[in-house]
Design a protein around this ligand. Sequence first.
Ligand SMILES: Nc1ncnc2c1ncn2[C@@H]1O[C@H](COP(=O)(O)OP(=O)(O)OP(=O)(O)O)[C@@H](O)[C@H]1O
Ligand SMILES: [Mg+2]
Length: 312
Amino acid sequence: MRTDNATKTRKHKDTQRKKLRETSRLRGIHYLLTIRKEVQKRRKADFAKNRSALFLYSFFPDRMSILEINNLSHRFSDGRMGIEGISLTVREGEFVLISGQNGSGKTTFLRHLNGLLLPSTGAVILDGIPVEEDLVRARQMVGMVFQDADTQIVGETVYDDVAFGPENLCLDRKEIEKRVSGALTAVGLKMFADRRPHLLSGGEKRRLAIAGVLAMKSRVLVFDEPFSNLDYPGIRQILEQILSLHRNGHTIILTTHDLEKVVVHADRLIIMKDGKVVKDGIPDKLIGDVEKFGMRAPCAFRMGMKIESWLN
Ligand SMILES: Nc1ncnc2c1ncn2[C@@H]1O[C@H](COP(=O)(O)OP(=O)(O)OP(=O)(O)O)[C@@H](O)[C@H]1O
Ligand SMILES: [Mg+2]
């Protein structure tokens, strides 16, 4: 009888302990989920300047990185290596500047970010899913603005050109109209909606390409040499547009040889040479090295002065 009672008590205590463990496990999970929600809420914040977000990032790095590039290489059909062994992580909301001499592999690298080129080895993971697993998703999430805006024109009119992407997402007409109208207003081209895109100036064509990626609601915006062939007001206009998109939470990846125009605004500078990443860090720390890799340091820096924004 005594033995039965002791067994019962032990069993009861075991059950209580089990319940307690389960409750604390659930509490723990609940706590982690709460923090994770907080992390997601802060996705659009400027992580680099937000200490508590950075603290959370140290616990949840994967939730905050939008692009994971693992040992990425690309060999062209003629056997030449375009890029080789690139590994890096881009955090959501980051402004990344990629620089390097002509032919260093910048464009080849960018074209892997939404699957326009596929890796020979390695992988690009976009918000947890390899790009090549879902190319439609990748093209929607990563919007590209190419150096040669003419190659991006697909519509008969400015309106049609911007509507092309959303139409391919099979959205309803009302949503398409809303997106196109919003995107054209954002880049200041609403009044040209019925114009033929080929009649636009170089700067206007680039703004049209930006409207195209805005209408797709792309989270990552990639600009390949966005300032080439533009005059001073044109450069300022595009720069303002890019900074405003960054302020609104978009992740920006931009290539340029011309650091002068944009380096002061970037969170991070990556330098490429012969298809490889040779430097990756805070622009302030790397700017002294750029001339070793064939780029010109900003004038102000060469004269020992503070680098100023082109918008000042
Ligand atoms: N389809 C291709 N087949 C073979 N080689 C190619 C191909 N496309 C690019 N390349 C070569 O790959 C290298 C990297 O080219 P990429 O266009 O990526 O350089 P980049 O850094 O963007 O240069 P730029 O500053 O002139 O735009 C170059 O040597 C280029 O000639
Ligand atoms: Mg290029």
